[in-house]
Design a protein around this ligand. Structure first.
Ligand code: 4NP
Length: 177
């Protein structure tokens, strides 16, 4: 699969498209979507990179973010109020340049769903230079509020690396924070 997201013809910039995927799309991936969008906005990449999110499971489709996730975001200055959960559809691979899984189970599921010609599917934390290999963003759903704070820390730590990657693919100079 081509890595290019900058447009196939000179002068025609099409956005680089990223989908973040967890299990339920009410905790981890919507938090990551909001944080990633904020980083891209700060770096002037908001128009060049499109971010969305989904779950591999469909139990919560149509629901807003888990209130613990939204509260954790709000305490850090982010707005998670507009989110509505969706389930990842295999047809979306054709419309995304990069699909980011929050844990190894989501990664396995996505790779099973991927088209035979392949897709760029990676772990979200693989873009955090300080994270160990194969590091996951653990599911916080059955735990306490502290788990959501940890999710936010992990997501913020990887988001700059994801923005660096998108900037590189788009041919934009990487911007130091
Ligand atoms: P998420 O968390 O994958 O981070 O959105 C979960 C949300 C709901 C469930 C599991 C994980 N659930 O089993 O309903």
């Amino acid at each position: 699969m081509s890595e290019a997201g900058a447009g196939d013809r000179p002068g025609t910039a099409r956005p680089y498209r990223i989908c973040v995927v967890c299990l339920g799309n009410i905790c981890r991936s919507p938090m990551a979507e909001v944080v990633l969008r904020a980083v891209l906005e700060r770096r002037g990449l908001a128009d060049a990179v499109v971010v969305d999110s989904a779950g591999t499971g469909g139990w919560h489709v149509g629901e807003p973010m888990d209130e613990r996730a939204a509260a954790t975001l709000a305490a850090a200055g982010y707005d998670g109020s507009r989110h509505r959960a969706r389930r990842f559809e295999p047809s979306w691979f054709a419309e995304r340049d990069l699909v980011l899984a929050m844990d190894r189970e989501n990664l396995r599921t996505l790779r099973r769903l991927a088209p035979p010609e392949g897709a760029d599917v990676r772990l979200f934390r693989s873009f955090d230079p300080d994270a160990p290999e194969d590091a996951e963003v653990p599911d916080p759903y059955y735990g306490g509020r502290e788990g959501f704070v940890r999710v936010l820390e992990m997501v913020e730590a990887a988001a700059e690396g994801i923005a660096d990657h998108a900037a590189r693919v788009l041919g934009r100079a990487p911007e130091r924070r």
